[in-house]
Design a protein around this ligand. Sequence first.
Ligand SMILES: Nc1ncnc2c1ncn2[C@@H]1O[C@H](COP(=O)(O)OP(=O)(O)OP(=O)(O)O)[C@@H](O)[C@H]1O
Length: 809
Amino acid sequence: MSSSRQGDSRRGGGGYRDRSPDRNRPRDRDGDRYSNNRSGRDYRDSRDGRDNRDGRDYRGGRGDVRDDRDGRDSFRDSPRYSAAEREKERSPVRSSARADDKNGNESMDVDKSSAPPARKVPISLEELIKQKEQEKQALEKPKFMTKEQRAELALERRAQEVEALRKTQELERQQRAEFDSKARAEVHDNNRYSYDSRINTRDRYDRDRSARSAGGSRKDTAADSDLSASGIVLGGKEIDLVKKKYMGIEEKERKIRKRNDKKFVFDWNADDDTSRDLNPIYTHRHSAQLYGRGHFAGIDVKDHQGRDQFYDKLVASRRTEAEVARAGELGDLAAQKERKVNYADRHWTEKPLDQMRDRDWRIFKEDFNISCKGGSIPNPMRRWGESNIDPKILEVIEKIGYTEPTPIQRQAIPIGLQNRDIIGIAETGSGKTASFLIPMLQFIFDLPKLNEQNMVHGPYALIMAPTRELAQQIEQETIKFAAPLGFNCVSIVGGHAMEEQSFNLRNGAEIIIATPGRLKDCLDRRMLVLNQCTYVVMDEADRMIDMGFEADVNFILDALPVSNLKPDTDDAEDASKMTMAIDEDSGKKYRQTTMFSATMPAAVERLAKRYLRRPAVVTIGTAGQAVETVEQRVEMVTDDNKKKNRLMDLLKGQFAPPIIVFVNQKKSCDMLAKMISSSGLKATTLHGGKSQEQRELALSQLKNGKSEVLVATDVAGRGIDVQNVSLVVNYDMAKNIEDYTHRIGRTGRAGRSGVAVTFLSSYDTDVYYDLKQMLTKSTLATVPAELRNHEAAMTKGGVGGRRRGNDEF
Ligand SMILES: Nc1ncnc2c1ncn2[C@@H]1O[C@H](COP(=O)(O)OP(=O)(O)OP(=O)(O)O)[C@@H](O)[C@H]1O
């Protein structure tokens, strides 16, 4: 036996022959077979004397060697294969014994010390046992496996599992089929086609069909057929329950109620109604049946009343006296409570002031369309007499004939009396002038009387207006109130000589009404100082900015004393702090600044932010909305001649004078006035090209009826209050919607009705959108089809109106 074999690789080395010098040495004692097989395997010697320990066939030469894959034998033959190595191989002493794993890899050394003797001497029994022991230990040691080997092993194991499962399923299927055929045979034998079975069959059919139509999975159908196969027949609801239990509850889609849905939608489905399942009487819903008069739903009402009385009597007869008394008491209490509730819920008009609750004040504000913004806003005023206005002022109000306050007056006056800054927005002709005049008069009332000493410090109050006419009109209105109270008021407007105005100021004036341009001139020339001016009103503030007066307004407001400026804190909303005098001796108060207009575009905010402190914003109705008492008509007339003819038709028609016609150009004013005059109507003009005298004359003629038609530019568009104007014609459409609102507001004032006719042309596309919106909002207007469908009316066009200088009109 040759012991030169070292592992698998060398084992079958291609044509490897034992080159050992022991090659010809007797192999063992019994010839060429070594029977003392250590591993129990057949260790036959190969022809070339090598032993075959792993039982493989090594008998063949090169051609018989099957497991030489790495060609190491050739390496061995190579010169690099050192002599020492060869010697080692040839050595009869096996330096190490290697145990091969089943893949033929050399895995571990067995034991170097247990190397057999060089001579072929059979090992002792002890050695053999020891060796065997070692081999056993080696086998028990954990073996390293490559990834591929592990994967192979796993696949093998999986294949076995699958096979086992397949076998079990096959067995089950066979059993089921057997059971099925048996059951069918039984049913067939009995030949029973009872009603139930038919129903069940139909149920099954329906179930299958619904499962198929609902795209139900094959699994469901299979499950059903399994159940049917097992003889258990389930109804639709039972199947649903089973599904719900094992497949989870089906989430029902929640019905979302849309805001504008008129119909009340319950938050449950009709299918959820289980009353039918609980009680069969619900299957057929009963509908009300009426059997003539006195009967309802098949019941005789009279009969029932009679029965009720019978039962009442019965119950009464059984009551004790104490019970009857108690019932009476309870009845009285209930009636008392009801009376109390009814009394508390009376309309605000029936209640005294001290019984007004928050709810009543809310109703009150809703009744007058009052909305407010800002902190600590006082309740509105219901009647003049209920306010904190000085009785003397109330007397004047009564004399003037203002029996009831207008909505803006109801809310703005109480705020003004608290010395709060206000932004008041209310429709044209709604009495805004009195809204700021009355608190202003009250404010001045609490200040020291103007005398020789203090009149040099200037007025107590200042009212600014964009146009001369408006300033003069406010002056007239103020005089109505102030004169009986002994207050002086002077207007400072352009068009009049400075000297004249200076003369008017000689006796001092508590109130100055001015246009910003002229007032600035006066301040520049030191004709006037504003050292004690603490009450400022900006009427039509938006118009002042629009006319380019912002810088002048800023100049004037900056000329006011700063020592009495309100703090920009919550104190500015505290009535008790704002009404008290800052200086006890002089009686000086905090400065109060107010703004009023029918329109309040964003540009005004700049001014408000700079000069107003925590203002209360009072809005009546919707800001910028035209007065509801005016019927707005729009006519699409582009041709100039047609316009003229249409105007004449209107003027000669049903409308009684005074009538105001608005145009955009001064020259159109004169031209139209001539045309109107030639037709026999008395017409005057009002525009910026006229002298102040002519302007005032034209306005006064219209007011006193000497003139029937006033043809004017936007100079007369704002604030001008002419009584009973029946018609306003926009011969040219205003350049922006704010001007349009103010123009048409010359009619339908103080609750009266009026008509506004506007000629619209293709040059006015910039305002189409806003005009359409305004007409749509009004209940007294119709939008002509040409405007409604015009492209320019679909989206907002140009921004605002043109910025015009004072002298443009
Ligand atoms: N409480 C009242 N009762 C009756 N008439 C009133 C009352 N208050 C004001 N008026 C009258 O209503 C008319 C319009 O008032 P005012 O000019 O103050 O309105 P306005 O809101 O300032 O209008 P505009 O926005 O056009 O300037 C005036 O003739 C005025 O005398």
